[in-house]
Design a protein around this ligand. Structure first.
Ligand code: SF4
Length: 374
């Protein structure tokens, strides 16, 4: 049994507490303070007064938020909006995060500048639906404006955008990303499915044809890295629609994709629909997982022989003589690592960039040799 440190204060915050505030407060009297997703700035005050608070306002980070960035000395996530105007059948997020609230472009750019001054040079811009950025502020191409604004800042060497939504992703946006001297040609667009009847039940806005048009356009871009995510076993998915999805995923060869087993969430429109058997959900997710492994392997094989810019993050867990590195094109933590097994006698500094040659795929692990420091 865990013992509680004397005078400690236990705080529970985030999406779960926001969503189930009454139930959790009733069930967990050992928690001193409950708070949701709107009161991050008030945490000192909450601790001082030992009061639970659930602010109804949407919390948007600002350039003066005084963030403490952990886990990296050179990469930072930048939240560009909160909430979402989409109505996906399976998703509860809008019910507790609310409608889309975009940060002002100037606030985002100031935060990036502040972080550049602290030595950060690689940024991931993130929100629930990043391709809708600025629509609540009547900007028609808000994300393109953001890309141009970031490009104009000194000291940003690399950036990527996480989570494009199909029906708000334009061809002009795909071009702006691929043409950018700063942004990686990195497209993370969760498609969830490919079969039109299922996409309609999911209320995703686009059917198969338009989704494939976007993906094919992304794939036509040199060095494009394309990631997506899927849901296995959404209500309405039968064996033919699942097989169609598998055939598409085999053929398109995404660089990476994740599959989530459908989870029936209260307050969503899919909640009352006839559910797929749990056994089928698990089997389908397993099959998609195997296709994802094959896709990833092909993507890794295609990199052998390439020269890439990578960042060395530290010593590898595999072996003390190996270094763990990430090509700047990949997103942090989710796309994997490359092991450097030959430093060419260059002096190695963690968090610094190097040109490196990918020499070999050993099993599922890429190996690289450093060429020069950047
Ligand atoms: S899945 Fe994403 S785009 Fe759809 S409602 Fe949820 S947050 Fe919005």
């Amino acid at each position: 049994m865990m013992t509680r440190k004397e005078n400690s204060i236990l705080v529970m915050s985030g999406c779960l507490t926001e969503r189930y505030k009454e139930e959790l407060q009733a069930d967990m009297p050992e928690i001193d303070i409950f708070t949701g997703v709107g009161d991050y700035e008030k945490i000192d005050q909450l601790i001082a007064t030992k009061q639970s608070t659930f602010s109804p306002e949407v919390y948007l980070a600002t350039e003066t938020s005084g963030r403490v960035i952990t886990g990296s000395t050179y990469h930072a996530y930048i939240k560009i909006a909160e909430g979402c105007n989409q109505a996906c059948s399976f998703c509860a997020i809008p019910s507790f995060k609310g409608k889309l609230h975009s940060r002002s472009l100037s606030s985002i750019l100031k935060e990036v500048q502040n972080l550049v001054a602290q030595g950060f040079y690689d940024f991931s811009f993130i929100s629930q639906d990043s391709s809708s950025y600025g629509r609540d502020m009547k900007l028609s191409d808000g994300l393109i404006d953001l890309i141009k604004g970031v490009e104009a800042l000194e000291g940003v060497d690399s950036a990527r955008i996480l989570y494009l939504y199909p029906s708000t992703t334009t061809f002009a946006l795909i071009d702006a990303i691929s043409d950018s001297p700063v942004f990686q040609t990195y497209y993370d667009m969760p498609i969830q499915h490919i079969d039109s009847p299922i996409l309609k039940i999911m209320k995703r806005g686009f059917g198969e044809k338009k989704t494939i048009e976007l993906l094919a356009y992304m794939k036509s871009k040199p060095n494009a890295f394309i990631r997506t995510s899927l849901i296995a076993g959404h209500p309405g998915e039968n064996e033919p629609s699942f097989e169609k999805l598998c055939d598409f995923m085999e053929a398109f060869e995404f660089d990476r994709f994740n599959t989530f087993q459908y989870s029936n969430e209260e307050t969503t429109s899919a909640y009352t629909l006839k559910q797929v058997d749990q056994e089928d959900i698990e089997r389908r997710a397993q099959i998609l997982g195997e296709i994802a492994e094959k896709n990833t392997l092909t993507s890794l094989e295609n990199m052998v022989g390439e020269t890439v810019t990578l960042v060395i993050d530290g010593e590898s867990d595999e072996h003390e003589y190996l270094l763990t590195a990430r090509p700047l094109r990949w997103a942090v933590d989710i796309d994997g690592e490359i092991l450097v097994n030959d430093t060419s006698d260059l002096s190695v500094e963690y968090g610094k960039r190097y040109e490196a040659k990918i020499t070999e795929l050993a099993g599922t692990q890429l190996l690289a040799t450093l060429i020069s420091a950047i």
